[in-house]
Structure formats: structure tokens, C-alpha cells
Unconditional design. Structure first.
Length: 306
């Protein structure tokens, strides 16, 4: 299996040398550093350590990773941050499920073993909330979807589409893989305190990631996307209805609130029905797409053989 290590970097001169050396010492000779126009010595050091260095054409970690996915042609890629927070030797663990053929996408779960200070308090709480929201919304048991350490097979990294440019990339990679039917496996890894300055702004990026997780639900399960909105409206309706009825017993009539209650409940129900219908459509569409992909692969195999 040919493996390429992809490292997105933005001003990581303090750590990048050690990160590349760590992978090279383990036998990962093919390292691609995709740099966001660092103002420090990141590119220079990376070249000296024998990495391929490419300056990304756009902006943001997400854009950098997508560009790297276009350049690379290996069987498997390992994507890892360049800030020294991940242990290169964990890459071997990430590759194992792929080698055994039981997963196409393997992520490193940082919560398994993290050094004190590796997560700031805000990052730890934010990560827990976003992972919890993800599990409730998607109904998929993953515990660290925002990890910066993962391995992807070629069929995954060549087919995922990332729309957002920044730190939403981790959530997008996870959801795109699930939506395309690839198996994701989570492996415990160690997580250390980063060297150098963070590029993540916890509140702004956290909010963006949260919104992305919800809006991507449409891709994975349009039914669920609508069900959650529908249920939310119905709950609002039940609350406003309860107030209306309670006060009516005391001789107070809330005409506007009564109308609003009816609106909440009726539109909530309609949105749930819409969700049901889109799920039916989506599932039949998905089945067709998978069949077409299978046929395409068979045609390609035949063409290769001849
Ligand atoms: N090419 C490129 N890399 C980026 C960009 N922004 C961040 N990175 C890199 O992406 C990786 C992750 O960024 P971090 O700042 O470590 O974000 P984080 O790991 O979520 O946050 P910390 O916990 O503070 O480390 C690092 O290697 C950064 O150098 C960018 O715009 N372009
Ligand atoms: Mg980091």
C-alpha cells in the first residue's frame, strides 16, 4: 500500500521539522506539506526535512486539504496537523483497520489519552458538545469527529466534496464519508499540547462547525434534518398551547397565542411529513447511485483487464 502523509501548515516552524522527521523515521517517505503561505520558516524547514512542499492556491485548512487530495494519487493518505500535537507512531494504528479491510476511513480519538493542557477548557467543552450534538443528530456512535489525525483510502479522499474552506473540514470529511456509505472506524490515540500559536478561534469556528454539522445532515439523512425542525416547532406549539389553555381556565383568552399554537403545530407536522417524503426519495436515489457506481467499477475493471 502506498501511503502519503498530508500535513496542512500555517506558521508551524517550531514543530514541523520534528513532525516530518517522526513520520520519515517510521518509513513514511512520502510527505506532502500543504502550506497556507506561512510567514515564518515552515516551508524552508519542511523542504530540508525532505517533504514535498506545495503552497495552497486558496485560503483555510479545508481548502488546503482538498487541494492536497487532488495532487496525491496514493492508495491511502494520512492527514495530520503540523503543530506537533499528534504522535507519528499512532499512524500505524490508524492504518491497521484499512489494511485489514474493515474500514475505509479511520479517525484518531483524542479523548482516549490527552495530555493536560492539550485541550483548552473551552476547546474541551466545545468538542464534547459538538460530538454530542453529532451523535444525537446523526445517530452514529463517533466520539471525536473533529480530530486532526485520520487515514483515508483513495476511494474516499478522491470522492469527498468539501464545500467550506476552513476548520469545518473535519466535520465535512466525516459526514461525506458516512453519506457515501464508507465505513468509519475510531481508534484511540494520544494528544499532546500544541507547539506554537493556535489558528483556531474557538467561539467563531466552533459556531461555524456546529452550523455545518446541522446543515450537512441534509446530505446524510434529509428525513432527520426535517424531523428535528418539525419537532422543535411542535414543542413550541405545545408550550404556547399549554399557556393558552391554562389561562383560559382563569378566564383570560389569548387569541393571538392560540393562532400561533395552531401554526406551530401544523407547520411542524407538515415539515415532518416533508422529511418522511424526502427520506423515501433520498433512499431510492441512493440505492440507484450505488448500483450505478458498482456497474461503473465493473466496467473499469473489465477495461483494465483487456
Ligand atoms: N495550509 C493551511 N493550514 C492551516 C490553515 N489554518 C490552520 N492550518 C493548519 O492546520 C492545522 C490545525 O490547526 P490548529 O491551529 O492546530 O487547530 P486545532 O488543532 O483545531 O487547534 P489547537 O488545539 O489550538 O491546536 C495546523 O497544522 C495548522 O498549521 C490554513 O489556512 N492553511
Ligand atoms: Mg492543533
Amino acid at each position: 500500500m502506498k501511503v502519503t502523509v498530508i500535513i496542512p501548515t500555517l506558521n508551524e516552524e517550531e514543530s514541523i521539522g520534528r513532525v516530518i522527521r517522526g513520520f520519515k523515521n517510521l518509513g513514511f517517505t512520502d510527505v506532502l506539506v500543504i502550506d497556507g503561505n506561512s510567514m515564518d520558516k515552515t516551508r524552508e524547514i519542511a523542504k530540508k526535512e525532505g517533504a514535498n512542499v506545495v503552497v495552497q492556491s486558496g485560503k483555510g485548512k479545508g481548502q488546503a486539504i482538498m487541494e492536497a487530495f487532488q495532487i496525491v494519487e496514493s492508495d491511502v493518505v494520512i492527514v495530520v496537523d503540523g503543530d506537533g500535537s499528534y504522535d507519528p507512531s499512532d499512524a500505524l494504528k490508524l492504518l491497521e483497520p484499512i489494511e485489514r479491510g474493515i474500514a475505509e476511513h479511520v479517525t484518531g480519538n483524542r479523548f482516549a489519552n490527552f495530555e493536560k493542557g492539550a485541550f483548552t477548557k473551552l476547546n474541551l467543552i466545545g468538542n464534547k458538545i459538538l460530538n454530542f450534538a453529532f451523535r444525537i443528530l446523526y445517530g452514529v456512535e463517533l466520539h471525536d469527529i473533529l480530530t486532526g489525525y485520520r487515514a483515508l483510502k483513495k476511494e474516499v479522499y478522491k470522492s469527498v466534496k468539501i464545500e467550506k474552506k476552513g476548520f469545518e473540514v473535519e466535520a465535512e470529511l466525516t459526514v461525506e464519508s458516512l453519506a457515501k456509505g464508507f465505513k468509519i472506524f475510531e481508534i484511540p490515540i494520544t494528544y499532546k499540547k500544541r507547539v506554537g500559536k493556535t489558528k483556531l478561534s474557538p467561539l467563531k469556528d466552533g459556531l461555524r462547525i456546529g452550523l455545518t454539522i446541522y446543515s450537512l445532515l441534509r446530505k446524510y439523512s434529509p428525513g432527520r434534518y426535517f424531523y428535528f425542525i418539525g419537532f422543535f416547532l411542535i414543542i413550541l406549539g405545545v408550550i404556547s398551547g399549554a399557556i393558552t389553555v391554562r389561562d383560559w381556565f382563569y378566564g383570560i383568552s389569548h387569541y393571538l397565542l392560540a393562532i400561533l399554537t395552531a401554526l406551530f403545530i401544523m407547520s411542524g407536522l407538515q415539515i415532518i411529513i416533508l422529511g418522511f417524503l424526502s427520506d423515501v426519495l433520498y433512499k431510492s436515489n441512493l440505492m440507484l447511485r450505488r448500483e450505478i457506481e458498482k456497474i461503473n467499477r465493473r466496467i473499469e475493471d473489465e477495461a483494465e483487464r483487456n
